[in-house]
Design a protein around this ligand. Sequence first.
Ligand code: RIB
Length: 306
Amino acid sequence: MNGERPTVVVLGSLNMDLVVRVERFPEPGETLLGGGFATFPGGKGANQAVAAARLGANVRMLGRVGDDAYGRELVAGLRRDDVDASRVSSSSAAPTGVAVITVDAHGENHIVVAAGANATLDARAIESASAAFEGARVFVAQLETPLDAVLAGARAARAAGAVAILNAAPAQELSADALAAFDVLVVNQSEAARLAGRRADPETLARELARRGPRAVVITLGAAGALALVDGRVERRAAFDVPVRDATAAGDAFVGALACSLAERVSWPTALARASAAGALACTRAGAQPSLPNAVELRDFLTPRV
Ligand code: RIB
């Protein structure tokens, strides 16, 4: 612990997001004239690190950028948000990851990631950063960095007594052993179906995935809220109704807030309420990291509502 702030270790991607607003998404082969262009710091890993830090966690980030201007900007941004970025390494062999994003008039997005340096992270790099896990309560990873690095992180986290969370995004098939390396799995409904290998209602999917190892499975359901299966018990959380400007990083706000809440050892219903509120607030603002709420904003948003 760092004073009263519980420690969260985040392993994951750092990307510079290159964002164009469009009225609607193009058809295959179609050229569209878009609206404004902007760059925002992003990457699922860095977004979740910043989300947890803004809500009060002591966050240590593990990841890799290129030796270039985007990489330096992303690391400087993490530091401004009080994230310990001393274990974000710099590769001279690959550029910093970028995400090409279009956001339509409804705030929905299409995202294509060029992983760059994120894809060069490996298990050895994580094993040599084992000091990062000392005193950690929660570990979070996603799937924008190679799986062997993610699994090395989960092993180190469990060895240190931390709760290991996997946000399995973007979705990929995972072996039973890989899923069993985590205590908490967070996915959206389509990711859950991909992991389970079939479509079904969220509770059925959660039960099926929980049988593979995680003691808690959380499925985010967009406008239908979220469902968590924790030690066999179902908790449901309704969505907050907000005007959606840009949904980019709403899922990362959810995961970062959940990680911070579990590190603070609040109850699951409270953790789900905070995570859903963070996701809702992120939808109301443009960009990935600029959209992530801080603790005061989250408290003010929740006060009249729960
Ligand atoms: O979840 C949103 C993030 O996905 C973006 O910031 C982009 O970089 C991609 O990683």
